[in-house]
Design a binder for this molecule. Structure first.
Ligand code: AMP
Length: 260
C-alpha cells in the first residue's frame, strides 16, 4: 500500500479564496469515501489513515467549524455554529450546506476525498447525492464504523486534543508521555467542549435519532460498507481496506486501476 502525504487542507479549513499550498499527492487513483459512525468511534483517525495511504483529502466538517473559533471574519451563520457545537447539537442543515457549497472545489479535488462528519442527516445525504450527480463525481463507498455505546462513552470522555497541532490522545489507552502535554509539539492538551459528559449524551441522542434512516439511505444506494471499529486504529483500517477491496472485486473493477 502506498504512503502518501496529506496536503495542508487550507481550501477546506478556511474556504475560498484560500488554496492548499501543496497539491494533493496521489498516484493517479482518486478514491472518494463517506465515513459514518457515532461520535467517538474513531472516524477522524481512520479518515487520516485513509487520507495518508490513498492520498484523498480529509474533509471533516467538524474541523471547519472548530477552525472558525479562532477567526474574526466569520459570517453570522458560521459564528452561530459555535453555540450549536458547544452544546453538542448538530448545526442546522442550511448552514452546513452553505459551508459545503462554498468548498465545492474540494469535492472536485483530483486526489479524491474522505468526507468525515458529513452527511449526518438524510437531507444532507440527499443534497450531497444531487450535488455529486450534477458534478459527475463518483462515490466509491460509505464506510460505516460500528461500536457499542458503552465503549463510545469511554473513548469520548477520555479523549484529549492538542491545542496547537490537534493530535489526539486518550487518558488511558493512548496517554501522552507527560500528562496534559502533547508528545509531538509540546502543546497543551485539552478536552473538547463537546467531549464533556453533558454534551456526549446530547450528541449520542442526536446520532441515534438521525442515523437509522441515513444507514437505510446508503444501504439502498448499495454503497454502505459496515466496518467493526473494535481494536487498534491499524486493525480497523485493515478491516476497512479489506471491505473496500472486496467491494471492488465484487464489481469486477479492473485490478490495475484499484490495486492500492
Ligand atoms: P465532529 O468533529 O464531526 O464530531 O463534529 C463536531 C460538531 O460539529 C458536531 O457535534 C456538530 O455540532 C458540528 N457538525 C459537524 N458536522 C456536521 C454536520 N454534517 N451536520 C451538523 N452539524 C455538524
Amino acid at each position: 500500500m502506498n504512503t502518501l502525504n496529506e496536503n495542508n487542507r487550507a481550501a477546506w479549513l478556511e474556504g475560498p479564496p484560500a488554496r492548499c499550498s501543496l497539491p494533493p499527492k496521489h498516484d493517479g487513483l482518486d478514491w472518494r469515501f463517506v465515513l459514518l459512525g457515532p461520535p467517538g468511534v474513531g472516524k477522524g483517525t481512520q479518515a487520516k489513515l485513509l487520507s495518508r495511504r490513498v492520498g484523498a483529502c480529509h474533509l471533516s466538517t467538524g474541523d471547519v467549524f472548530r477552525a472558525g473559533r479562532s477567526r474574526s471574519d466569520l459570517t453570522p451563520a458560521m459564528a452561530a455554529t459555535q453555540d450549536f457545537m458547544r452544546k453538542g447539537h448538530l448545526v442546522p442543515d442550511t448552514i452546513v450546506w452553505e459551508m459545503l457549497r462554498e468548498r465545492i472545489g474540494c469535492l472536485r479535488c483530483p486526489g479524491g476525498f474522505v468526507l468525515d462528519g458529513f452527511p449526518r442527516t438524510v437531507a444532507q445525504a440527499e443534497s450531497l447525492e444531487l450535488l455529486l450527480e450534477g458534478e459527475q463525481i463518483r462515490l466509491d463507498a460509505v464506510l460505516d464504523y460500528e461500536l457499542p455505546v458503552s465503549e463510545i462513552v469511554l473513548r469520548l470522555s477520555g479523549r484529549r486534543t492538542c491545542e496547537k497541532c490537534k493530535a489526539v490522545f486518550h487518558v488511558s489507552s493512548q496517554a501522552p508521555r507527560n500528562e496534559g502535554v502533547c508528545d509531538h509539539c509540546g502543546g497543551r492538551l485539552h478536552q473538547r467542549e463537546d467531549d464533556r459528559p453533558e454534551s456526549i449524551a446530547v450528541r449520542l441522542e442526536d446520532y441515534e435519532r438521525s442515523n437509522g434512516s441515513l444507514i437505510q439511505f446508503y444501504r439502498r444506494s448499495g454503497l454502505l460498507t459496515p466496518v467493526s471499529a473494535t481494536g487498534s486504529p491499524e486493525e480497523i483500517f485493515q478491516r476497512a481496506r479489506a471491505a473496500i477491496w472486496a467491494r471492488w472485486n465484487a464489481r469486477t473493477c479492473p485490478a490495475s486501476a484499484r490495486a492500492y
